[in-house]
Design a protein around this ligand. Structure first.
Ligand code: SF4
Ligand code: SF4
Length: 274
């Protein structure tokens, strides 16, 4: 077994919210629900070769996947020695009444991300807080954390006329400043260095970035397939900066988080929690 720090898996690529500068680009995406079979293929490709200290199910918004609980159970058995986490914005927790018991029985911690402090957002988030309070009362063994994700939010790329453009830097400095550098993604049965690279092709299709040469290094990136040797996998985890890190900011650029229930480029936004 090759030990690694963290492995993250999207069960949905899109999101009901639209947090600008989402590091997974999920603010631009809708749909993209991962099937149970796809999850199994991804897990089976790696569960006997790597042992992440932390295994995280997220998205996008994972509670948009109707098969979330089945995938959580499967993930527990495939990565049973890892600390397990489910990260969600909380808006659709009520769609999964069985979730608390699954999380308790399968040893996951529930992490809920708060994505703003605007009055409109907080009005909608109040229903999430009610669900959290009820689940805490009804399920004392359930571990729940609430992250203030909006504080410390940062810019990852520039937006010009609806197009994402990289912020150029020295790769070493880009990597040093990066908060995604240990967020290995399991996607398409391959390992990807970070969410920015794993989901860039989806962003490119959505925003029609194909003709922007500045992103070429991201297009050229090769994820690690299951056929990779153990030595190459160890090298993958040991590698710090790569040339692609030169397309990321070399310092924190604070970004004022707008109301994530309002979308910047006109995609339909799901705000109902009914
Ligand atoms: S809630 Fe916001 S940060 Fe989280 S996946 Fe959705 S858009 Fe991204
Ligand atoms: S390419 Fe490098 S600096 Fe950019 S997000 Fe990925 S790991 Fe971080």
């Amino acid at each position: 077994m090759i030990h690694c720090r963290s492995l993250e898996f999207h069960v949905v690529h899109g999101c009901n919210l639209s947090c600008q500068q989402c590091s997974h680009y999920s603010n631009f995406l809708r749909g993209g629900i991962v099937t149970v079979e796809e999850a199994r293929e991804n897990f089976d490709a790696w569960c006997k070769r790597i042992q992440p200290r932390r295994f995280t199910i997220l998205g996008g918004e994972p509670t948009l996947n109707p098969n979330l609980c089945r995938i959580l159970v499967m993930g527990r058995w495939k990565f049973r020695r890892s600390k397990r986490l489910l990260v969600t914005n909380g808006f659709f927790l009520h769609r999964h009444p069985e979730l608390p018991k699954v999380l308790i029985n399968q040893g996951y911690k529930l992490e809920i991300s708060q994505h703003g402090t605007s009055s409109d957002y907080l009005e909608k988030f109040a229903a999430v807080q009610e669900t959290i309070a009820k689940w805490r009362r009804d399920h004392p063994r359930l571990r729940i954390g609430v992250r203030q994700s909006h504080s410390g939010w940062r810019r990852q790329y520039n937006m010009v006329d609806g197009k994402a453009l990289p912020i150029l830097s020295n790769p070493r400095d880009g990597w040093k400043a990066c908060i995604q550098k240990h967020c290995t993604q399991l996607h398409l049965s391959c390992l990807w260095k970070c969410p920015a690279l794993a989901y860039h092709s989806q962003l490119e299709r959505k925003l029609e970035l194909q003709n922007i040469p500045a992103w070429q290094l991201f297009r050229d990136y090769q994820a690690i397939p299951p056929t990779t040797t153990d030595a190459e996998i160890r090298q993958f985890f040991a590698t710090k900066e790569i040339p692609q890190c030169g397309l990321c900011p070399d310092h924190k650029i604070p970004f004022l988080h707008a109301d994530p229930t309002v979308h910047e480029v006109g995609l339909p936004v799901v705000t109902s929690i009914a």
